[in-house]
Write a protein that binds this ligand. Structure first.
Ligand SMILES: [Zn+2]
Ligand SMILES: [Zn+2]
Ligand SMILES: [Zn+2]
Length: 326
């Protein structure tokens, strides 16, 4: 009996130390940034990098060499968190391979609840950086309970008919919610989300951009698109309709990938976008926030001359945890 009491005491002390450790985790990833001044709903960038993240597998260049041993937790794959203050709910755009950290950050935003999971996840397309994080919702990791996952028809069918994703449905981890091109989803009285198809390499699914409409402001989220000219819509007109435009800026220029054919992975280069938007007014330029940065893209480094150039021209570069009132 005495041994049992001692054992329980030791166990209690060990467990309390464990908890203490958890609450002591600090660092930029868990620090809330500039949300205090926002009363209403808002968006927060939970990642800004391209699908492959950083360090990027196989990269021997300066951008990644130091990061294999000492990762920079601020370099996470593109994701946008949405805090809807009117319904006290939180949503995630994209399920990235970095979803564990991103979900933790989202959990700490807005109203504090017991929920460790977003109230819904919106997917753009079936490229690894944008949906592969769903794997962490399954049995091997979280074992989530019917998380609403919003997807377009081909994306939905892809998940339903291919393992391991289909198991998320059979196990009840996710609840797929169908989306249609330009059909509005009203998340609450304040927040509406509208998917819009965009041209991209659609091997397994279609690709969408999202328009997120708040009670005061709205945002356009286009993490992946082939080229502005290939879109049936005029990007300049679309930027004019919103307050924030998060735009695909995967590569700075055509010179970045020396051993791969850039025509096979088309994106609007930052230099092309700067040229495309050069005649816009100061206000219009300031709406544009470049995101989805490849590890090789010099604007991923806030101190690079290229970053400075983009900012000096009146545009913005998305940085993790930047927050935008809706
Ligand atoms: Zn991507
Ligand atoms: Zn690299
Ligand atoms: Zn893609």
């Amino acid at each position: 009996m005495k041994n049992y009491v001692v054992f329980m005491l030791v166990l209690f002390i060990l467990l309390s130390c464990g908890n203490e450790k958890i609450t002591q985790i600090k660092g930029p990833v868990l620090e809330k940034k500039n949300t205090a001044s926002i009363d209403g709903s808002y968006l927060t960038l939970l990642g800004t990098m391209q699908d492959g993240g950083q360090p990027h597998i196989g990269c021997a260049k300066k951008c990644c060499t130091d990061l294999y041993l000492e990762p920079n937790v601020e370099r996470q794959v593109i994701s946008l968190g949405l805090v809807d203050q009117s319904s006290k709910k939180k949503y995630l755009f994209e399920a990235t391979p970095d979803i564990s950290r991103q979900m933790k950050y989202l959990e700490r935003l807005g109203e504090q609840t017991d929920s460790k999971m977003a109230d819904g996840i919106f997917l753009t397309h079936a490229h690894i950086g944008h949906y592969a994080g769903l794997m962490f919702l399954g049995k091997e990791a979280m074992g989530a309970d019917k998380v609403p996952v919003y997807a377009m028809p081909r994306m939905k069918e892809f998940i339903e008919t291919n393992g391991p994703w289909s198991q998320l449905i059979t196990e009840g981890n996710i609840d797929l919610k169908p989306l249609q091109h330009e059909n509005e989803v009203a998340l609450s009285e304040d927040i509406k989300v509208i998917p819009m198809r965009v041209p991209h390499r659609d091997e397994f699914s279609e690709t969408v951009a999202y328009k997120i409409q708040g009670s005061n402001k709205s945002a356009l989220f286009i993490p992946d698109i082939d080229k502005w000219e290939k879109w049936e819509k005029d990007i300049i007109e679309e930027v004019a309709k919103v307050d924030y435009a998060f735009l695909d800026a995967t590569f700075y220029s055509g010179k970045e990938l020396n051993n791969r054919d850039m025509s096979e992975i088309p994106h609007p280069f930052v230099l092309e976008s700067l040229d495309k938007f050069k005649t816009l007014s100061k206000t219009e330029k300031n709406k544009i926030i470049f995101i989805h940065l490849n590890h090789t893209n010099p604007i991923a480094d806030p101190h690079s001359i290229e970053s400075k150039k983009v900012i000096d021209l009146g545009f913005r570069v998305g940085r993790i945890y930047d927050t935008f009132a809706l």
